[in-house]
Design a protein around this ligand. Structure first.
Ligand SMILES: [Zn+2]
Length: 467
């Protein structure tokens, strides 16, 4: 989000602005404004040079999506996240971070949320009314016993109050440890229905993975994989949003965890199975899952991301910072909705590139992040009874200005709005009238997104406080 300082107009500038506006509307003259106008003196800062160059015509669809992943990542996610979200697209084999088995002791991230495990994979503990929920469960029974259980004790949580767990998908590094928790304490284990067979006794690997346990299966509660809209599970009174995102495995689940700090509850989205499929139908499903996860995170105004392979989305560095006490007093997981969506847009573009790695002829539009720059000013009518709020905005994507972008300006007080469409320079302007004082009110400029066959421009918002 970009914001620009409000221009405080000198009286002469106001007179000039009004003088110009007289051509368009009644202005000044001792009366109220009757028609909104644009303050002619209102200007945006000069457009910054685009940081990325659009791939030329003739670029392969595969490369077009990879380039968009890079462009969307921008400087914010230029390093680790760009590399990790696209890792299985651009590399053979697993990322080296999956080899790092160093233990991460249980760490309190929020009032009700903890991470413990290893640097390559681990589990999140969510405290509920009378117990706790586990997102993933450690790679082994021993890790559940030796990392989760003492970690819970260290956090003053009784391990015996295990209410439920959910592996994000049916691979052992996500569900093995839940076998220990369920055997020791009871509790439900949710799983996407298409992955339920992986946790059953018919999966031959479980006899080895669960060696020493009385049985070679986990008793599961199935979440219907075929339901592609958000679902809710309720654990010990806590409603949790889950989203079926098949692709990495047939039954992978993503979702949102609530994270509390004091009186405030935030939302963190997790992508359940990273590692793109190697067949086209599954890669298409995986891509569809990334798009639905993006839409969920947008609709729910999610504040940040989590990952049970915590190096993938930067969670591990945040856990490290919290452990080291180097967060500067702000919770590093709360990156805001715009950055959350930016991260997921990188994942989406990497996934689209994988589809083209498997079939170069498939045409999917690129999803481009956008930003809105906003400048605004307020002029009071000479009668003092009403005001004209002018705004000038610029909409850009990583490659430059976005033309024909519809933009809506709204006052936070809820009275007054105007709309405009950007020109070739990505600039639009409009004015609105209000009879309420504007001092301290927020003016929001929102671009709700637009598309062509080849491009989807993602929505973005900017807000300024009015004088
Ligand atoms: Zn997996």
């Amino acid at each position: 989000m970009h914001t620009a300082p409000i221009q405080r107009l000198a009286p002469t500038a106001l007179a000039l602005a009004c003088g110009t506006a007289v051509l368009l509307a009644s202005c000044g003259g001792g009366d109220d404004f009757t028609t909104p106008f644009v303050d002619a003196a209102l200007a945006l800062p000069a457009a910054a040079a685009p940081r990325f160059t659009e791939p030329p015509t003739g670029t392969s669809e595969y490369q077009r999506h990879l380039d968009t992943a890079t462009a969307n990542a921008g400087t914010e996610f230029a390093g680790e996240q760009r590399r990790q979200w696209c890792y299985s697209v651009e590399n053979v084999g697993a990322p080296p971070e999956l080899q790092n088995t160093t233990v991460v002791p249980m760490t309190r991230l929020f009032d009700n949320l903890y991470y413990g495990g290893r640097r390559w994979v681990g589990a999140y503990v969510l405290k509920t009314a009378t117990g706790y929920f586990l997102l993933d469960g450690q790679n082994t029974l021993a890790d559940a016993q030796n990392i989760t259980v003492p970690g819970l004790v260290a956090m003053d949580i009784d391990p015996a109050t295990f209410k439920a767990g959910m592996p994000t998908h049916g691979h052992g590094d996500h569900y093995n440890g839940l076998k220990h928790m369920q055997d020791a304490y009871g509790g439900q284990v949710y799983i996407g229905s298409a992955d339920a067979v992986a946790l059953s006794a018919t999966n031959p690997r479980n006899a080895t993975a669960f060696a020493g346990a009385a049985t070679s299966f986990i008793t599961t509660t199935q979440l219907p994989t075929e339901v592609l809209t958000p679902q809710t599970i309720t654990v010990d009174g806590q409603a949790l949003t889950v989203l079926s995102t098949p692709g990495h495995t047939p039954g992978t689940v993503s979702g949102i965890l609530p994270a509390r700090l004091g009186d405030q509850t935030y939302k963190l989205v997790y992508w359940g199975g990273t590692g793109t499929p190697t067949t086209l139908p599954l890669a298409r499903q995986y891509l569809d899952g990334t798009e639905r996860t993006y839409q969920l995170a947008k609709a729910e105004n999610v504040d940040g991301t989590l990952h049970t392979h915590p190096f993938v989305d930067g969670s591990l560095a945040k856990v490290d910072a919290i452990r080291a006490g180097t967060t500067g007093g702000t919770n590093p997981f709360l990156i805001g909705n715009a950055s959350t969506l930016r991260s997921l847009s990188v994942l989406r573009e990497c996934s689209a590139a994988k589809v083209n790695a498997l079939d170069a002829t498939v045409l999917n539009p690129v999803w481009l992040t956008t930003t809105v720059e906003l400048a605004a000013s307020t002029q009071t009518s000479s009668s003092g009874d009403n005001r004209n709020v002018s705004a000038r905005v610029r909409v850009s994507d990583p490659y430059g200005p976005v033309a024909n972008a519809p933009v809506t300006l709204r006052l936070s007080s809820g009275t007054g709005s105007c709309t405009a469409t950007t020109d070739a320079a990505g600039v639009a302007a409009c004015g609105l009238l209000t009879d309420l004082p504007t001092a301290g009110k927020a003016l929001q400029a929102s671009f709700d997104g637009t598309s062509t066959a080849a491009k989807v421009w993602l929505s973005s918002v900017a807000t300024v406080a009015l004088n």
